[in-house]
Design a protein around this ligand. Structure first.
Ligand SMILES: [Zn+2]
Length: 350
């Protein structure tokens, strides 16, 4: 047993990865109550976390405190342990709001973070709209200095082995030219899209597409307003993706049908909370396209929303904090598992 463990350790050191290699790309959508924390484990065993939820007890007013009491950092740690992840090889902060980067300081005290990926500093106006943004950013910059730091531009690739991760948008800029295979006109474009509900940091979100073989995953953070619209209108710059984490927690500013029509996701996941995101127009858009299967991290308590079936909802109330897991194969097939029920739905190779 000991020899086996030593052999395994040697293998891990050779690949430089934190977890043993597998033949799937696994993506956990962790419940941070209306923020984002998306943990990917690549087939080569690298861990790639997008955002780390809220600080402290989980509000915009919360401050980072003892990591043992940090709601979201503890939830990320629990999933990491379950998945065999002992360090965060790459952390991408989509933008500097507390529901996305608030948990980073506490998480760093629970798991080493080696590489920080982000974009330039928030504006003074961002602090006016969401007070506390600059203080959180300053603490983050101090932490970031302990590791490697990258500020990728649209079109850049992130340095992960075995998967292709391309940046679509960052700091308000988007791709200048279509991705290979994309570039078609999008007949679903009308008007100029939905205005951003928050106009300072959300439209500066870093957006990426992750590709493993024939499988593609689109994650745009809280990208909204003109940069989100321009990704697929009037020309589809980003092609199709199998799984789409719906922009801005499924808020109405991510509801424009043009992006869904261009990307043609088979599965659309909303990282909503009972009273945040998951707004009625987004549900209506997804329902209007029968080829899209909608999933939610939380049942919405909004009286104007008709939720997806319970089997597609990770948390029916606040008594659970279940994740949704996507496990994808290189041939493009994947499963989606509801962490609350343990039940999986298979989406076959196309
Ligand atoms: Zn957010």
């Amino acid at each position: 047993m000991k020899r086996l463990a030593c052999g395994l350790l040697a293998m891990l050191m050779l690949t430089g990865a934190s977890t043993p290699a597998a033949n799937t790309l696994d993506i956990y959508f962790i419940d941070v109550e209306g923020g984002q924390a998306t943990l990917m484990i690549t087939p080569a065993g690298e861990s790639f976390l997008i955002d780390a939820g809220f600080p402290g007890d989980g509000t915009f007013a919360s401050q980072p405190g003892p990591p043992a009491l940090a709601r979201d950092a503890q939830r990320i740690l629990a999933v990491a342990r379950m998945a065999g992840v002992r360090q965060i090889d790459h952390l991408m902060v989509t933008h500097y709001h507390a529901d996305h980067m608030g948990g980073v300081i506490e998480l760093s005290q629970l798991l080493p973070i080696l590489h920080f990926i982000d974009h330039a500093a928030p504006s003074a106006e961002a602090e006016v709209i969401v007070p506390g943004t600059i203080a959180l950013y300053d603490a983050y910059v101090t932490l970031r200095a302990t590791g490697k730091h990258t500020e990728p531009k649209p079109g850049d690739r992130l340095p992960l082995a075995g998967v292709d991760v391309v940046v679509l948008a960052s700091a308000g800029e988007i791709l200048a030219t279509p991705l290979p295979g994309a570039g078609q006109p999008n007949p679903a474009c009308t008007g100029s899209g939905e205005p951003a509900q928050e106009k300072t940091e959300n439209p500066r979100s870093t957006a990426i597409r992750v590709q493993f073989g024939a499988f593609r995953f689109l994650n745009v953070g809280d990208l909204s307003g003109a940069p989100l619209f321009a990704l697929t209108c009037p020309t589809n710059l980003i092609g199709e993706s199998d799984v789409y984490l719906v922009a801005h927690h499924g808020g109405n500013d991510g509801a424009d049908p043009s992006l869904f029509a261009a990307v043609r996701p088979r599965v659309a996941i909303m990282n909503n909370a009972p009273r945040k995101g998951g707004q009625a127009r987004t549900f209506a858009t997804i329902r209007s396209m029968p080829t899209i299967d909608g999933w939610q991290l939380h049942r919405s308590g909004s009286p104007t929303v008709e939720n997806f079936p319970d089997a597609r909802v990770a948390n029916l109330d606040e008594s659970t904090s279940a994740w949704i897991k996507v496990s994808a194969s290189a041939n493009g097939s994947f499963t989606v598992t509801n962490g609350r029920t343990g039940q999986s739905i298979a989406y076959p190779q196309q």
